[in-house]
Ligand binder design. Structure first.
Ligand code: SAM
Ligand code: SF4
Length: 468
């Protein structure tokens, strides 16, 4: 059992190896450069942004190259096997760089940092700093200690709200889409998953802080916000009247912000798909017709062993209710194949569920044993069998995805332009349904929202023309 227990505190400890010790904290005239590599989910993308901003206060600017960095930060993901090994091999690649530049600081953040803790510094002494996902607000202080030659580790689950401490976000203009974390952690303990151990218990941010951050993002040019959470629809943050607000209430409050045109949220759990949220999908114009609702498997026996506390049938009925509220909604899902004890019959039930639901997009994974989780102790499915099932499942999902994408041809959709295309005069944006759309001879700018008629469907994107 290697997973560290929630809320366990690890002390900050001193460097045994003096080779990283600096002469002091001399002020540097040129800005220091920070290279962040982000692994995993959107929540890590958001966290990396916030960490870069926090270190901005320490005089850092971001660089795209590890070679000219004064600090390298790996923001890691621990959801599937070999994640930790990948981090160690990535760290190994920085050996030469560290030898050339002894004052280079190297840090590991994210869920591998949380799960592996001090083991990282033991196995890879070139690491100066290890920070768990709940302690990012302490990074500036940790960086100063690392600069002074200390080895610093913080995988605590502190009482204070890290987002409140990280509240002063920059005011500079930015792109038209942004992530905004509203909820973190998970209390559901699916038998395969490390998230409840690495991210801790479910916590929701207060409504006023989220609205404040959203308003600031809109002032900086953001027109679409994706609300993030490990179980975002379990959101229950403190509302203006002191009572807990649901995700739907939060969405309606965001709906009032002038200039914010689109709202999305991810990732949801079927059991937390409440009536007011389903209703919002039918009535809130800014809430986009896209829902990521993982089911993991279609066999009730396996769902029970996964500790999912929903059945295939209840999931299908839920999708029906959501489609009754918003008939054109695009449904996305997550699937795990080769979960311990999965038989061919169980697997067939997953294929049947997919046939019935019809997914517009999906993420599918071979079950990956996570030491310390209940499923790790059970009879494992042979790798070759799981590989073959994954191929069959992905073939079906790819076919469905293509059908849904092709069915967009001839339809009018909203497109938010995010960047220039590769061809002259071409712009690329995302449709309401999250499909990438290329528009030729486009006189619109990044951040413009336009009506577009879809004219063709390619391998992974659509082509359209401006209407009017
Ligand atoms: N909270 C979300 C839910 O309940 O569906 C999912 C969040 S999880 C970070 C993202 C996805 O990773 C899961 O939906 C699951 O499909 C996949 N996943 C998690 N643990 C896994 C494991 N041990 N092996 C394979 N896939 C896994
Ligand atoms: Fe992991 Fe999602 Fe299950 Fe929580 S609900 S344990 S995050 S898969």
């Amino acid at each position: 059992m290697r997973l560290h227990c929630k809320r366990r505190h690890f002390p900050v400890w001193q460097a045994a190896d003096p080779y990283v010790r600096l002469e002091g904290n001399e002020p540097m005239s040129a800005p220091k450069k920070l290279f962040i590599k982000t692994y995993g989910c959107q929540m890590n993308v958001y966290d990396s942004e916030r960490m870069a901003e926090a270190l901005g206060g320490q005089g850092y600017v971001e660089t795209k190259s590890a070679d000219d960095a004064d600090m390298i930060l790996l923001n890691t993901c621990h959801i599937r096997e070999k994640a930790a090994e990948k981090v160690y091999s990535e760290l190994g690649r920085f050996k030469g760089l560290k030898a050339e530049k002894p004052d280079l600081k190297i840090g590991v953040a994210g869920c591998v940092a949380q799960a592996e803790g001090e083991e990282i510094m033991r196995r890879q002494p070139l690491v100066d700093l290890v920070v768990g996902p709940q302690s990012y607000h302490r990074l500036p202080e940790m960086e100063s200690k690392a600069r002074a030659g200390e080895k610093v580790l913080d995988t605590d689950f502190p009482e204070e709200d890290k987002f409140e401490k990280l509240k002063n976000r920059p005011k500079a203009k930015r792109g038209p889409t942004a992530f905004l974390t509203v909820q973190e952690g998970c209390d559901k303990f699916c038998a395969f998953c490390v998230v409840p151990y690495t991210r801790g218990a479910e916590v929701s941010r207060p409504v006023s802080r989220i609205i404040g951050e959203a308003q600031e993002l809109v002032e900086r040019g953001v027109r679409e916000i994706t609300l993030l959470g490990q179980n975002v629809n379990a959101y229950h943050g403190e509302g203006p009247n002191g009572a807990d607000w649901t995700l739907a209430q939060l969405i309606w409050e965001l709906d009032k912000i002038d200039g914010l045109e689109r709202i999305r949220f991810t990732t949801s759990h079927p059991n937390d798909m409440m009536d007011d949220l389903i209703e919002a999908h039918g009535t809130c114009k800014k809430l986009m017709p896209y829902l990521h609702l993982p089911v993991q498997a279609g066999s009730d026996r396996i769902l029970k062993r996964m500790n999912r506390s929903h059945t295939a049938e209840s999931y299908i009925r839920l999708i029906e209710r959501i489609r009754a509220a918003r008939p054109d909604i695009l449904i996305s899902g997550d699937f795990i194949v080769g979960f311990p004890e999965e038989t061919e019959e169980d697997f067939q039930a997953t294929l049947d569920l997919i046939e019935e639901v019809k997914y517009g997009t999906a993420y599918s994974f071979k079950y990956s044993t996570r030491p310390g989780t209940p499923a790790a102790e059970r009879a494992q499915v042979e790798a070759a069998v799981a590989d073959e099932r994954l191929q069959r499942l992905q073939a079906l999902l790819t076919r469905q995805q293509r059908e849904v994408q092709d069915s967009m041809v001839g339809r009018e959709v909203g497109v938010l332009f995010e960047k220039a295309g590769r061809l002259p005069g071409q712009m690329v944006g995302k449709s309401d349904y999250l499909h990438a759309v290329h528009v030729a001879d486009c006189d619109r700018a990044i951040g413009d929202l336009a009506r577009v008629r879809i004219v063709s469907s390619g391998a992974n994107s659509l082509a359209g023309e401006l209407i009017g």
